[in-house]
Design a protein around this ligand. Structure first.
Ligand SMILES: Nc1ncnc2c1ncn2[C@@H]1O[C@H](COP(=O)(O)OP(=O)(O)OP(=O)(O)O)[C@@H](O)[C@H]1O
Ligand SMILES: [Mg+2]
Length: 268
């Protein structure tokens, strides 16, 4: 694989703990979420626009806290109610045999019986995909205080959920994930490259390049990934066809603009 093709791979969207980068903003949210998990809350709502790093954060927390704090993760929503309840059961009572007639009502009774004796935290990613009848049940399970839920969803869905009357009176804490700052953008691009030992390439992104990248992506990690992926696609093309065009020790603004054009951030 050519050099720029390899570099492109680094900027493919990936929710992988080994590639987590502790940016100022992500550390802030990480600590915030961990603090909330320690509090006596029933539910925590984590929301933010697509690409702000919700899944990355949730996976990192899961990875770091699962042994110490009894934390479990459901990455993809389980649509079937019984399957979902069974999953919660295995989280809560991994050692015991599941009753054959397990149902939502039965599970509530089990939780009630465990009150004050057992506490686990369940992280639910992509929670906007749960039907509202399921969300209601999730909330009722959280009322037993045996399971605390961290509900992660897209920003627009938050308004819908909070708007529902039954969610208003509850003990909630909300954390909104935001795009990265200029500084986060700079650290993100450079650390991602350095993580894979591309020190020279990392140095080619001067402050002016980062300024442009920030301008086009507004610090949204998914957008940064897309922009740089496209940038390396252009570099790959020139390397194969006209290497003189990409000589030099820094990334030319022109190519960042071409990438932005290709992705539709700007019009010709
Ligand atoms: N702290 C971080 N360290 C490393 N990569 C990150 C970090 N934050 C975000 N990313 C990158 O940004 C991409 C998008 O993040 P993520 O998938 O977590 O967004 P999301 O908020 O869950 O979006 P959606 O709402 O669409 O599910 C990830 O695939 C990853 O490449
Ligand atoms: Mg996600």
């Amino acid at each position: 694989m050519s050099k720029y093709r390899q570099l492109q791979q680094i900027f493919i969207d990936r929710v992988e703990v080994s590639q987590y980068i502790g940016l100022d903003t992500s550390i802030l949210f990480y600590n915030k979420l961990l603090e909330s998990i320690e509090k006596p809350l029933k539910m925590i709502l984590l929301y933010g626009k697509p690409g702000t790093g919700k899944s990355v954060l949730i996976n990192k927390i899961y990875h770091d806290a699962k042994d110490k704090r009894n934390v479990f993760l459901v990455s993809t929503p389980i649509q079937d109610e019984i399957e979902f309840i069974k999953k919660l059961y295995t989280f809560l009572l991994p050692e015991s045999t599941m009753p054959e007639d397990i149902s939502y009502n039965r599970f509530i009774d089990i939780c009630d019986a465990l009150k004050d004796r057992k506490h686990i935290t369940v992280l639910l990613d992509e929670a906007q995909l749960y039907p509202s009848s399921m969300m209601e049940k999730i909330r009722l399970i959280s009322d037993t205080r045996v399971i605390k839920f961290v509900v992660s969803l897209h920003k627009t869905e938050k308004e819908d959920l909070i708007a529902k009357e039954h969610f208003q009176s509850r003990i909630w804490e909300t954390i909104e994930l935001k795009n990265g700052t200029f500084h986060d953008t700079q650290m993100y691009v450079q650390k991602k490259l350095i993580q894979q030992n591309y020190f020279e390439i990392a140095n080619m992104f001067k402050k002016s390049s980062i300024k442009l990248i920030y301008k086009f992506t507004k610090g949204n990690y998914r957008e940064i990934n897309k922009l740089i992926f496209t940038l390396f696609e252009i570099y790959d093309y020139y390397e194969q066809n006209k290497p003189s065009k990409i000589s030099g020790s820094y990334i030319k603004d022109k190519y960042i603009e071409m990438s932005a054009l290709k992705l539709g951030y700007i019009n010709a």
